[in-house]
Ligand binder design. Structure first.
Ligand code: 13P
Length: 261
């Protein structure tokens, strides 16, 4: 079975409830046309309920950008997996580099979150990626960082199937900078991630896991990134904030399927 591509928008800390409503109303009819692509919107907690409510029964998957791995208790400011499910979320970003770099999330925390999400029935989109310094620190600097991040996550997911999680390779130097990894860079990293999954968990698991690319994806570069063999979609920040450019990205994903047929 070929993997179903995903085009995912990460709104980060953007949009009021009214803006989210307007966006979702504009996106729903357009996303319905992309029959062979999963479309996901990762909204802030404050408007997630509205996005999930409006998207119910549609092609759009509503997701959160973060959560905490305990279900309830004295964790001021945190939101749990049952709370996200209660809102209608079906997916969650885990370990985004902004969480790791700005809010101190460790590989250990990311692994616990990924495990809890899978157990709870939320689809985790686990982000991995290296800084420019890490990439340039040795000939294999990218892989030294990324292999550790991926390895730590799958260590805790011994009961999961490949379809239960998604990875997103997001080189930190390409996020919000306008500097995109070349399609070859994206394929190189994502191909290596799939090889690692194959070595550690077998062919069936590795072939089931969707692996997205993220970092300055725009309508102008999406098609060549999507054309890479192991790239199953994109996690998009800036270019997902307007319906029109996000729809162009969804169409690029849809066209990548048509080209394979
Ligand atoms: P940009 O698309 O704005 O570079 O952001 C990428 C990202 O971090 C998505 O999670």
């Amino acid at each position: 079975m070929p993997r179903r591509p995903m085009m995912a928008g990460n709104w980060k800390m953007n949009k009021t409830v009214a803006e989210a409503q307007e966006y979702t109303a504009g996106l729903l009819p357009r996303a319905a046309d992309a029959e062979e692509v999963d479309v996901a919107v990762f909204a802030p907690f404050t408007c997630l309920h509205e996005v999930a409510r409006m998207s119910e029964g549609s092609a759009v998957i509503a997701g959160a950008q973060n959560f905490y791995y305990e279900d309830s208790g004295a964790f001021t400011g945190e939101v749990s997996a049952p709370m996200l499910l209660d809102l209608g979320a079906r997916a969650v970003i885990v370990g985004h580099s902004e969480r790791r770099e700005l809010f101190g999330e460790t590989d250990e925390m990311v692994a616990r979150k990924a495990r809890r999400a899978v157990q709870a029935g939320l689809l985790p989109v686990v982000c991995v990626g290296e800084t420019k310094e890490e990439r340039d620190s040795s000939p294999d600097g990218m892989w030294e960082k990324v292999s550790g991040q991926v390895g730590r996550v799958i260590e805790d997911l011994e009961d999961a199937g490949g379809e239960d999680l998604i990875f997103a390779y997001e080189p930190i130097w390409a996020i919000g900078t306008g500097e995109t990894a070349t399609p070859d860079d994206a394929q190189d990293a994502i191909g290596k991630i799939r090889d690692l999954l194959r070595e550690s968990r077998g062919e069936g698991f590795a072939e089931g896991v969707r692996i997205l690319y993220g970092g300055s994806v725009k309508p102008g570069n999406a098609a060549e990134i999507m054309a890479q063999r192991d790239v199953d979609g994109a996690l998009v920040g800036g270019a997902s904030l307007e319906v029109e450019s996000f729809v162009e990205l969804i169409e690029a994903a849809q066209n990548s399927v048509s080209r394979q047929d």
